[in-house]
Design a protein around this ligand. Structure first.
Ligand code: TYM
Length: 334
């Protein structure tokens, strides 16, 4: 078992990243058996598919590393690094770009969303982004990739690329990576719009809970979160067609590791005026310790850089082995 996953440094970490991905990463890391490995990286190569101010990118990379460690990723047990320090990611991506078909990439919904109406004006990197993502996991022969639901399509593409590479070259080089989608929080929604996912790129900070928000920020954001005038229903069926209400109840249930139905039993018949303060306190209780550790870690940026450099060296050792096999399979001279 080899677990691999990544996150983009394009803003601060939010509750969607935490519940959809990082909390699973920490749990999987904590459950690792001898011989199993986990690699978690900050996808800075992916971030520049859309222009990033260099100083902001550097800062965001350190902040995400600190937030990951604060949330429980332990560089002594998992390999934690930033992608650009392992040039093999970009090198394998090139080979895989020669495997992936333009038609496959044309179907990627994230590219359509991110490029919007100006498809011709998007970077080539944004179009090729899912191939780099395939390289990220295939480079380490990942068997399991814990991600939120929004990354499922990219992971399916990675499997298609792996299959075509193995078939074209007549090898069994890449195992097919299995996406692991958090059952409890597959997609945390925006606090302002139940139709949109909670996202780093939403211009409204009120739409998300950042892992670095203060307790007062959290209380205010939950107080102002959009809901409907109906009370909390008796059962899960009663949440149908009520995406904002469902989102808040799901966040509560997931943070407490309880089924949604059991939370509904506690609050059935009450209005959101009563539920929201309780939810805010559940979030504050979960994030406050992370927040405190985050601030301590961020006070020592050299230590963060050193941890990332150390992780990159470990990742490179694994990456070089796969890349040597790829070179041999493709027919590159040694
Ligand atoms: P990114 O940076 O957008 O998000 C990081 C992780 O958080 C999950 N996530 C969510 N889960 C539930 N609800 C939400 N609202 C929510 N928002 C984000 C994402 O699914 C993801 O697991 N392309 C990836 C980064 C990446 C990657 C990889 C992931 C690059 N290479 C290789 C896995 C394997 C991305 O942009 O994630």
């Amino acid at each position: 078992m080899r677990i691999v996953s990544g996150i983009q440094p394009t803003g601060s970490l939010h509750l969607g990243n935490y519940l959809g991905a990082i909390r699973q990463w920490v749990r999987m890391q904590d459950a690792l058996q001898p011989g199993q490995q986990a690699l978690f990286f900050i996808a800075d190569l992916h971030a520049i598919t859309v222009f990033q101010e260099p100083a902001s990118l550097r800062q965001a990379t350190r902040e995400i590393a600190a937030a990951m460690m604060a949330a429980g990723i332990d560089p002594a047990r998992a390999i934690l690094f930033n992608q650009s320090q392992v040039p093999e990611h970009a090198e394998l991506a090139w080979v895989l770009e020669c495997i992936a078909r333009i038609g496959w990439l044309n179907r990627m919904t994230q590219f359509k969303e991110k490029s919007g109406k100006d498809r011709e004006g998007a970077s080539v990197g944004l179009f090729a982004y899912p191939v780099l993502q395939a390289a990220d996991v295939l480079l380490y022969k990942a068997t399991h990739v814990p991600v939120g639901d929004d990354q499922k399509q990219h992971l399916e593409l990675a499997r298609d690329i792996a299959t075509k590479f193995n078939t074209d070259y007549g090898v069994e080089l890449f195992p097919l990576p299995e996406p692991l989608i958090a059952a409890a929080a597959p997609r945390v929604r925006s606090l302002r719009d139940g139709a949109a996912k909670m996202s780093k790129s939403d211009p409204s900070d009120m739409s998300r809970i950042n892992l670095t928000d203060t307790a007062d920020d959290i209380r205010q954001k939950i107080r102002k979160a959009r809901t409907d005038p109906e009370p909390i229903p008796q059962d899960v069926k009663g949440l149908e067609g009520r995406p904002e209400a469902r989102n808040l109840v799901e966040i509560y249930a997931t943070l407490q590791d309880r089924p949604v139905a059991s939370v509904l039993q506690d609050y059935a018949g009450q209005g959101f005026g009563q539920f929201k303060p309780a939810l805010a306190e559940v979030i504050v209780a979960a994030l406050e310790p992370i927040n405190a550790r985050f601030r301590d870690l961020l006070a020592h940026p050299q230590a963060i850089d050193a941890a990332l450099a150390n992780g990159a060296a470990q990742a490179r050792a694994l990456a070089r082995e796969t890349l040597a096999e790829v070179h041999a399979a493709v027919g590159f001279l040694k």
